[in-house]
Design a protein around this ligand. Sequence first.
Ligand SMILES: [Zn+2]
Length: 406
Amino acid sequence: MVADSQPGHIDQIKQTNAGAVYRLIDQLGPVSRIDLSRLAQLAPASITKIVREMLEAHLVQETEIQEPGSRGRPAVGLMVETEAWHYLALRISRGEIHLALRDLSSKLVVEERLELALQDTQPLLKRIITQIDQFFIRHQGKLERLTSIAITLPGIIDTESGIIHRMPFYEDVKEMPLGETLAAHTGVPVYIQHDISAWTMAEALFGASRGARDVIQVVIDHNVGAGVITDGRLLHAGSSSLVEIGHTQVDPYGKRCYCGNHGCLETIASVESVLELAQVRMHQSMSSMLHQQPLTVESLCQAAVKGDLLAKDIITSVGTNVGRILAIMVNLFNPQKILIGSPFNQAADILFPAISDCIRQQSLPAYSKHISVEQTQFSNRGTMAGAALVKDALYNGSLLIRLLQG
Ligand SMILES: [Zn+2]
């Protein structure tokens, strides 16, 4: 193949190399230029050039490394410089918005949770911008150079164009140009991702699936969905596609779902559906502990852990329904690890064995025997999912190049 000499192609190579070098320094630093050259498989001259630009932009800094036992001159190592760079991570969910300022090491500077009404006279886009403006005014004194904005939310999202086609809970949202509007308003790049995909990335970068090549992460919350990491990469990254297990039919005679079908997993296993079912079944079991306090996820899980038969049965059937779909996914992806992110994890001692049993009985034994079912490290609250988007944009070089160019 003839080498492509177009400038665009060269920029792409520069971006990829810079991202790879930054990643190595971030993950291994302090690290010497010689080691970087070997690990990144780039010529020493290329490393020198990339590192010089990063030093000038204050994205990395030099430090001395004294080899243990060595009496010679200490070697020069490189580390990332993160405190002078901030980004805004934002999470929108049912009725609330989280806003957080973090530095480039993902360390939290300040985080707030505010109400975001499901319906309002003003459109959602305008309300989000107002919240961001007010957040920056409140925390002006803490703000260093703003690099970017990362947003995670549920819905049907075009991550390339930053357009939110539809959202659950916020029914007036149609083709909301969130990315473009915010980029124009703030002058920094805006990264938008579906909350479950971004959370899956966060667990892989900083959390419970770090270092694992093949992972299935299932989220059972207001909505039900999954993220898949296959050979170290997020499946469907950079597109609007999701692993839509929530809209897989588990009961052909079940309730109608907002997607248009009947008996989807989400109509059976989402937090709202489970509480609704518990409410109905309570009337058939007057001796259940569930009668003693208002019915919530917490009270349901507590009762299950304490051995209440009805509560245990309800949690077990969540596990069985999710496990049945997971068993099929195990045969497709052969993961090392399955992560469950859910408020029902409060009853993990009942939920996880129900899921594991199902997988063991319904998927290939050679695949299922080594799989561990574990909790996610982060919850579906807060802004670690947004932190993953910024880290990813640094590692793939796209954000890094913008920062290098000043
Ligand atoms: Zn559905």
